[in-house]
Design a protein around this ligand. Structure first.
Ligand SMILES: C[S@@+](CC[C@H](N)C(=O)[O-])C[C@H]1O[C@@H](n2cnc3c(N)ncnc32)[C@H](O)[C@@H]1O
Length: 349
């Protein structure tokens, strides 16, 4: 066992959306499902705390939902907790109940905006379908929340929806009642290809919007969970004051989380350069891939210049407040802090 907290499987590549920022955009059709026996073998060997299932879109058809249900049952039988990442467009309340009965414990629902026009723009839907699609998302999200599992309504932060963070928080808060466990998520963009820097909000507007959101959440009823933020504590320490309603998720790339792509490639994260897998699950066990990866070893031992003198340095193996994926893609190394690389590439708004 390698001590994974999370193993994430891309259960299928096919998706019913065409998000403008998708990290997996190159990987469209072929509705080939990830084999359940390979999931079972890997989970039995590794017994991680959690397995995350995503796509493509795992709930896009009856066939994919049935495959997902079986994958969750396999995890449950092994005592592994299941999470899905979904756009929920086809996740009816009936299907939510079935998945929860099979053992689903956490759902991260993509929820970028409350504006139908922006929704279509960001998710690549036909503009005439905006209100209908948004209503489906709201209805299905509420169905999922009503099952009582933890639901993260997560916005992927771009220039287009940065002014909506407080409204999105208030919407998520309005869905939380009684025994339900709801949180609002903010997923910052990870630039797996250069065009994504065009969608990035400027750093000053990001700082302003996120500080306002944090202050709002501190007075609110539900937590906000912020992932992959380029606003690292060494540059924005005031954002990181402890509060029960503010959850910062540091990078766990190469430490205790791995992403298995639809073709079996193991990546240090789902937003890792797809041309640089650390191995393939069809050829080797996850333990063999993980233990022998030089890329992972380098990522965990090579510190960016000046970081080791930083008061926020977390010590060996590394600091969790930077994006190794971006650093490695842009420079081919781990010696530059992602903050300076991203900041240089983002247009000032
Ligand atoms: C890859 S999608 C797959 C699941 C599902 N189809 C969905 O839309 O939620 C999972 C999450 O990754 C986010 N995402 C996709 N590309 C990203 C990128 N380049 N940087 C940050 N988040 C990204 C999506 O917005 C979504 O919240």
């Amino acid at each position: 066992m390698s001590g994974f907290r999370v193993i994430e499987f891309q259960l299928l590549k096919e998706c019913n959306a065409r998000c403008i920022y998708c990290a997996y955009a190159g990987d469209v059709p072929g509705m080939n499902f990830f084999p359940l026996d390979l999931i079972k073998k890997t989970l039995s060997e590794e017994l991680p705390g959690w397995v995350w299932f995503e796509g493509g879109e795992v709930t896009m058809s009856e066939e994919s939902k049935t495959h997902l249900l079986k994958a969750i049952e396999i995890a449950s039988a092994l005592g592994v907790k299941s999470r899905i990442n979904t756009n929920a467009q086809k996740l009816t309340p009936e299907w939510s109940k079935r998945l929860v009965k099979a053992g689903l414990e956490f759902a991260c629902v993509s929820f970028d905006t409350l504006d139908p026009g922006k929704f279509c723009l960001l998710r690549g839907f036909d503009p005439s379908s905006g209100q209908v699609k948004l209503n489906e998302l709201i209805y299905n999200s509420k169905g999922l929340i009503n099952t009582g599992i933890t639901v993260d309504l997560e916005t992927t932060l771009t220039r287009y929806n940065i002014d909506e963070l407080i409204s999105l928080y208030e919407f998520a808060e309005s869905c939380a009642a009684g025994e339900t466990q709801v949180m609002m998520g903010v997923q910052c963009l990870v630039a797996i290809y250069d065009e994504l820097f065009e969608l990035y909000p400027g750093f000053d507007s990001m700082y302003n919007a996120i500080s306002q959101l944090i202050e709002h959440a501190k007075k609110g009823r539900i937590p906000v969970r912020i992932c992959c933020s380029p606003l690292v504590p060494c540059h924005y320490p005031d954002l990181y004051k402890h509060h029960k309603n503010v959850i910062w998720v540091g990078c766990s790339c190469g430490v205790d989380y791995v992403h298995i792509h639809g073709n079996g490639d193991a990546l240090l994260c789902g937003f890792w350069d797809h041309a640089e897998p650390i191995g393939n699950l069809y050829e080797k066990s996850l333990a063999d891939i993980w233990e022998s990866s030089m890329l992972k070893k380098d990522g965990n031992t090579i510190a960016p210049e000046n970081c080791t003198q930083c008061p926020y340095w977390e010590g060996t193996p590394r600091c969790h407040n930077l994006c190794f994926s971006v650093s490695h893609r842009i420079t081919g190394k781990f010696t530059t802090h992602s903050y300076s690389l991203v900041r240089r590439k983002v247009r000032v708004s």
